[in-house]
Design a protein around this ligand. Structure first.
Ligand SMILES: [Zn+2]
Length: 198
């Protein structure tokens, strides 16, 4: 607790950020007040702008300040490849790592009936009508390799089959640069079972 109620409120507000506990929040608050008030003002402006102006793309559901995002609008993207991911963060990770030139569909979650997340919440009706447009030839399902992510992948695979579209799934395996003795058993078993020709 400090002598300023406003400072206490700032510390409390900073804790909304992931991985920021009471100590870190306090350090951040003191830092901006002591050393970087201009930076803090810019941060406050950007936070307000982002929260007020960034919505979701009406075609792929990723974050966008326009009704249709830049990737969906880009003519240089291959309309035949559509990659399904759980979150905009996963989309950004693939975008940075792979050089994929198709388009995306962002579920904003994964099937999880206990949390009230069903096909409707994941926009799967939007995905189905997208597949029915006839442009997509391969649906790359890049949901996470968790129990719920796999169940989601199975469900979406079904949608693709119904639309007569090829569905593929990211490979699971041994991490590059890793050593077999440190890989968990289920990953190792999966990698062994899906080994490829050399
Ligand atoms: Zn989009």
């Amino acid at each position: 607790m400090s002598s300023s109620p406003l400072l206490n409120e700032l510390v409390e507000a900073l804790r909304v950020l992931p991985g920021v506990g009471a100590k870190t929040a306090q350090r951040m608050a003191f830092h901006v007040l002591e050393r970087d008030r201009a930076g803090a003002r810019r941060l406050a402006d950007k936070l307000r702008d982002a929260v007020e102006r960034i919505g979701n793309c009406t075609r792929c559901r990723t974050f966008s300040e326009e009704p249709v995002c830049t990737i969906c609008r880009s003519a240089s993207r291959d309309a035949a490849s559509l990659c399904v991911v759980e979150t905009p963060v996963d989309q950004a990770a693939l975008e940075h790592a792979t050089g994929f030139r198709g388009r995306y569909f962002v579920l904003l979650g994964r099937l999880s009936p206990l949390d009230g997340l069903g096909p409707q919440e994941l926009g799967l009706d939007l995905l189905a009508s997208r597949l029915a447009e006839g442009e997509v030839r391969e649906l790359i399902i890049a949901t996470n390799p968790t129990v719920e992510g796999e169940a989601t992948a199975q469900y979406i695979g079904q949608l693709a089959r119904q639309a007569g579209i090829r569905a593929t799934r990211l490979a699971h395996g041994v991490p590059l640069g890793g050593e077999l003795e440190f890989v968990d058993r289920s990953t190792l078993a999966h990698a062994f079972g899906t080994r490829q020709d050399l």
